[in-house]
Design a protein around this ligand. Sequence first.
Ligand SMILES: NC(=O)c1ccc[n+]([C@@H]2O[C@H](COP(=O)([O-])OP(=O)(O)OC[C@H]3O[C@@H](n4cnc5c(N)ncnc54)[C@H](OP(=O)(O)O)[C@@H]3O)[C@@H](O)[C@H]2O)c1
Length: 334
Amino acid sequence: MRAVVYDRYGPPEVQRLAEVERPVPKSDEVLIRVHATTVNRADCATREANRRSGLAIMLLSRSISGLRRPKQPILGSELAGEIAAVGAAVTALAVGDHVFGDSGFLFGAHAEYMCMRASALIAPMPANMNFTAAAAVCDGALNALWCLRGGGLRQGQRVLVYGASGSIGVAGVQVAKSFGADVTGVCSTKNVELVRSLGADRVIDYTQQDFTRNGETYDIIFDAVGKHTFRRCKGSLTPGGAYLATDGFRNLLLSRRTAWRNGKRVVFNIPPRYTQADVVFLKELIEAGKYRAVIDRVYPLEQVVEASRYVETERKVGNVVLTVSDDPAAPPAP
Ligand SMILES: NC(=O)c1ccc[n+]([C@@H]2O[C@H](COP(=O)([O-])OP(=O)(O)OC[C@H]3O[C@@H](n4cnc5c(N)ncnc54)[C@H](OP(=O)(O)O)[C@@H]3O)[C@@H](O)[C@H]2O)c1
C-alpha cells in the first residue's frame, strides 16, 4: 500500500511517499481503508521531536516516539474511511462501515490502510458528512471537549475562546455553544466572519482590541492556540474562573499550583483521556447540526510536504486535510 513515511526526526522534507506492507488486523482490531486524513500540529511536533518546545519536552517526546529515530514511521492521527476487514473478536463494526476517528499518538493514518482497535477512538461516520469533512473533526473537537469539560463548563457561563480560528479554536467555539455557554471568540480581522458563523455571540478582533483591557470578565478563558498567559488573562476572569491551557510546560506547573486554591486557576489536564463515547458524542453533535468541520486547504497525500509546511506557519484556519483516495460513496458535504 502507499503510505507517507519518515525515518528520522526533522523538517517536512523528511517525509516521503513509499510502498509499505498493508497491516493485518489482530482479533480485536479493524482494518480501515483511509479515504481522508489530516496534517495537524501533533503530526508536525512529533515529526520534529518537539524541538521548538525546549530540551525537556524534546527529550520527553523522544522517549515516547523513539529516542534516536521514530518507532512509528507513519504519522497522521485523524481519519475517515471504510472498514475493509475485521478481527475475529470484533462484533460492533462490519466490513463496509464508514468510520471516523483519531489514533492519537499511535498515528498511522497517512496511509491507504491502517489498523485500530475496535474499542479505540472510532465511531460510525456522521450521516451528513463526507470523508473529507469527517477527517477534520476529532483532533480539534476532542481537545476542545476535554479542555472545556475539565474547566467545568456549565450552561449560561461566559466563555472566551482565544485563537478561535485554529483547529482547537473553531471546535472550542462550537462545543462551548452546544453546552449553552455565552461565547466570545478572539481572532484576527480576516477570520471574524468565520468565527461569527460558528455561533460566537461576540467576536473580538485582536488586531483592534485587547480583550484583557476592555473591562469584561469571563468564567472561562480557553487559550485554544497557546499564545496567551494566565498572568495576562487573570484580570479578565471572574472570581473562581478558569484559564484553560492547550500548551506550555509553565501551564502544567501553574495548573498544579492553582488547583488547591479556591481562586482563579489554570486547568491543563494532560495526558487527555478521550473515550470512544466522546467520538460518538461528536457524531451526534454533527448530526444535530451543532458542529461542522472547518477546512482551510485540501491536499492529495502526495503533497504531504507542502501541507506540513503550511501547517507549520501556525496560520491555518481550522484544518488541513490530506485525501488518500477518492471520496466515492460519501454523501455530499453539509
Ligand atoms: N492540534 C493538535 O494536535 C494539538 C495537540 C495538543 C496541543 N496542541 C497545541 O494547541 C495549540 C493550538 O493548536 P491548533 O492545531 O488548534 O492550532 P492551529 O490550527 O495551528 O492555529 C492556527 C490559528 O491560530 C491563529 N493565531 C495565530 N497566532 C495567534 C495569536 N497570537 N492570537 C490569536 N490567534 C492566533 C491563526 O490565525 P491568525 O494568525 O489570523 O490569527 C490560525 O487561524 C498549539 O499551541 C498546539 O501546540 C495542538
